[in-house]
Design a protein around this ligand. Structure first.
Ligand SMILES: Cc1ncc(COP(=O)(O)O)c(C=O)c1O
Length: 313
């Protein structure tokens, strides 16, 4: 069989962002004792050219700023990022010919830091103990000192972030499930994925349940995800949206990352594994109540960038 998708031939790299596959997680659902009437799916965001879900908001933030005149060739794109948004910014800036300065905690994995440099971004490392909040404070400080030098993308406050998911991720999920989705499950970093996807899905069908995923403690290993009770709450976060929250321990997410590789052949990052664990919890509850369901979660990125983490050994 010729599997070449000719519609994707000769396209600009950036046009390949989005339209990711929706993968059925049947084996792990079966192993978790979930009945046939509840289906669990993962949106395979590692298919994006930058390797994560963050390609979508990064492209929207950059193109919205180009259209409004905030981003020009003379300006440097500046933001705080735990890694994935930075990789997306750096890749898109390489394609479009912009410079990028990124603030990130020194605790970010070496693979991420190296990748950012490979794409040509300038890195400013902030103290490990201050996690992503320290990176945000540093970006604000740099922008305040030289506002004319930078386009401060500010993914935590920029509406183009959640709007990218409102306009793409949610539409794709709705179409890929033929409107059958009953529950959407996602972890919160900037909250863009959760906020934008939930707002659009609720427009299609207000009964779709929005389930947020949170680390169980303030100091955790779910890279890219915030513990909202103790961290700086993103401006774009809408606290009225989550109807249920599942807490995930870092060790559980690690265990599920391994389990997913072995049962589903999916080599995923830690937040994606946390999302799958939470989606399976939701599916199990539906199954125990003898309800039917179509539970969809987000596979934020692949495992490659975390390979040096000791838990894989
Ligand atoms: C690996 C990973 N998972 C989850 C998230 C959270 O996504 P969002 O910022 O849309 O809430 C991020 C955000 O950077 C991330 O990098």
């Amino acid at each position: 069989m010729n599997r070449l998708d000719v519609s994707r031939a000769g396209k600009n790299l950036l046009s390949l962002i989005g339209n990711t596959p929706l993968v059925r997680l049947k084996k792990i659902a079966d192993e978790s004792g979930i009945g046939e009437q509840v289906e669990v799916y993962g949106k395979a965001e590692f298919f994006n050219p930058g390797g994560s879900v963050k390609d979508r908001p990064a492209l929207a933030i950059i193109e919205t700023a180009e259209q409004s005149g905030l981003l020009t060739q003379e300006k440097i794109l500046l933001d705080a990022t735990s890694g994935n948004t930075g990789i997306a910014y750096a890749m898109i800036c390489a394609v479009k010919g912009y410079r990028a300065t990124l603030c990130l905690p020194e605790s970010a994995s070496n693979e991420r830091k190296t990748l950012l440099k490979v794409y040509g971004a300038e890195l400013i490392l902030t103290p490990r103990a201050e996690s992503s909040d320290g990176a945000i404070r540093k970006a604000r400080e740099l922008y305040a000192a030289q506002p004319g030098k930078y386009f401060y993308a500010d993914q935590y406050s920029n509406d183009a972030n959640w709007q990218s998911h409102f306009n793409t991720t949610a539409v794709e999920i709705w179409e890929q499930t033929s409107g059958r989705i009953t529950d959407f499950v996602a972890a919160i970093g900037t909250s863009g994925t959760f906020t934008g996807t939930v707002r659009r899905l609720k427009k299609y069908n207000p009964t779709i349940r929005a389930v947020s995923v949170q680390p169980d403690v303030a100091v955790h290993g779910l890279e890219g995800v915030k513990h909202l009770e103790s961290a700086m709450v993103p401006k774009i976060y809408d606290a009225s949206l989550p109807e249920k929250t599942v807490e995930v321990a870092t060790e559980t997410a690690y265990a599920y990352a391994k389990k997913l590789a072995r049962t589903e052949g999916l080599f995923l990052g830690v937040s994606a594994a946390a999302n799958v664990y939470a989606a399976l919890q939701v599916a199990r509850e539906l199954s125990q109540e003898n309800k039917a369901g179509v539970v969809v979660t987000v596979l934020c990125d692949g495992g490659m960038k975390y390979l040096s983490e000791p838990f894989w050994k």
